[in-house]
Design a protein around this ligand. Structure first.
Ligand code: GAP
Length: 434
């Protein structure tokens, strides 16, 4: 019997034990809501970003990429509305003095039950830092709270250099920063995080169609990468929760152990951003049709996802436990696109020099094509469990028999089925399956 229900404690513990995610600056007691990706976490996250980039940029004719700076001219944030609007309303409980987001208290202090609060005041979520040697207000810049604005301010640069025609989009992956009042749920809500964002420019009368297409396309991507369909749903925003720039927005939500929560938002940002930047910069940011000479401000459809949130969702979704011969087996069933390690090479006897030599030779050969691990630090049963727990697709075991018949045992992660495969056919065998 297989079980897929999991609580966050188990996920956090597995992530630490196996080297996916560590608490930031742990030796100093840790920094709240900041996390470091360990040797397996970094591979998983890189695979996820590479898969997104391939599907979003390389596999399409209408997309190009960008990597803009985190630090931007402060006027960017005046134009985008973040200086004025990117705020949460905070209140203090007069009894216990704790501070909360006003929309999180429902009339009662979550800590002490008190009902007397200070007046709400706006708290801007952007992080500030001085630029250069003088620390005064004139030198203050913000760490970007979204990667999107780096795309809008480069709209003309990209258009002039690529000569793209509408509709086309610009994709970007990068860090963003928000001074979240209530970070939490492990890597779900943090103050430093990575986004993968698309700004897709379209004629205004084509925007609704592009909006629907992107919602379907992005949902399908999560499924193609391995998330189970029943754990995904779409949630259109009500008009009262739309951001100041959006005409429509739909969230792709995932069923996390702590409930259905946003993985990615797809918004129709209209021509708000380009017009705002044109007004504030004094630059013409129109799109000109080269046949009709017509000038228009394109509408923008924005699929905006979080790398860390998606990584967490893929770990949660991959987590399975089952009973095998009276013992519990934990296995991360990552898809082949995302699995951090594809093949583990395991020598059955680490003191047998023939086995060790052959195992090293096999590993050297396989690592040209796949991410591999060599492990001889436990008994074979333990080595298999270890690889199951990190989601390794195949284990290749070299034994005494291998020295005689030049064959190795290939064990499949999900079925635990074992095949004997000739060493000179191994690359082809794995290549076909991966
Ligand atoms: N440019 C639009 C934008 O930034 P958003 O809904 O604020 O929209 C988009 O953020 C995505 O970025 C979210 O769906 C989420 O995946 C990720 N994200 C936002 N805030 C985050 C945080 N504090 N920690 C981790 N991920 C976050």
């Amino acid at each position: 019997m297989t079980s897929t229900t999991v609580n966050m404690d188990k996920i956090v513990s597995l992530c630490k034990r196996r080297g996916f995610i560590f608490q930031s600056s742990e030796i100093y007691g840790g920094l709240a809501s900041a996390w470091d990706y360990g040797p397996l976490g970094v591979e998983l996250k890189r695979n996820l970003k590479a898969a997104w980039w391939k599907a979003t940029v390389h596999d399409r004719d209408d997309m190009v990429g960008l990597d803009a700076s985190i630090l931007m001219h402060p006027d960017t944030w005046k134009a985008s509305g973040h200086t004025e609007n990117f705020t949460d309303t905070l209140v203090d409980c007069k009894k216990c003095k704790k501070r909360f987001r006003a929309d999180h208290i429902q009339g009662k202090c979550p800590t002490c039950g008190g009902k007397d609060f200070t007046e709400g005041r706006a708290f801007n979520l952007m992080m500030k830092t001085p630029l250069g040697a003088v620390e005064d207000e004139s030198n203050m810049v913000y760490l970007r709270p979204e990667t999107a604005q780096g795309i809008f301010v480069n709209f003309s640069n990209v258009l002039d250099t690529t000569r793209k025609k509408l509709p086309f989009g610009i994709a970007q992956i990068g860090k963003s920063f928000r001074n979240e009042v209530t970070p939490g749920n492990f890597t779900f809500r943090t103050r430093e995080f990575e986004q993968m964002e698309i700004e897709y420019f379209t004629r205004p009368d084509q925007a609704d169609k592009a909006y629907d297409e992107w919602i379907a396309c992005r949902r399908q991507w999560y499924q193609d990468m391995g998330l189970r369909q029943e754990n995904l749903r779409l949630r259109p925003h009500g008009s009262d929760e739309l951001a100041h720039y959006a005409k429509a927005c739909t969230d792709i939500e995932y069923q996390f152990p702590f409930g259905w929560s946003e993985l990615e938002g797809i918004a129709n940002r209209t021509d708000y951003d380009l017009k705002q930047h044109a007004n504030f910069s004094g630059k013409d940011l129109c799109y000109q049709d080269n046949i009709t000479n017509e000038k228009i401000y394109p509408y923008v459809i924005e699929p905006s996802g979080g790398v860390d949130r998606a990584t967490l969702a893929f770990i949660v979704d991959a987590y399975h436990t089952e009973e095998v011969k009276g013992a519990e087996r934990t296995v991360l069933r990552f898809s082949k696109h995302l699995a951090p390690v594809k093949v583990a090479v395991l020598p059955l006897l680490k003191k047998n020099s023939g086995i060790v030599e052959l195992a090293h030779a096999i590993r050297r050969d396989l690592q040209k094509d796949h991410t591999t691990i060599y492990d001889d630090t436990a008994s074979i049963g333990k080595l298999y469990r270890r690889q199951d727990e990190i989601g390794t697709f195949f284990c290749v075991t070299v034994d005494v028999q291998s020295l005689e018949d030049q064959q190795v045992t290939v064990r499949h992660r999900d079925t635990m089925q074992q095949d004997r495969v000739a060493v000179d056919r191994l690359k082809e065998y794995l290549g076909e399956k991966l």
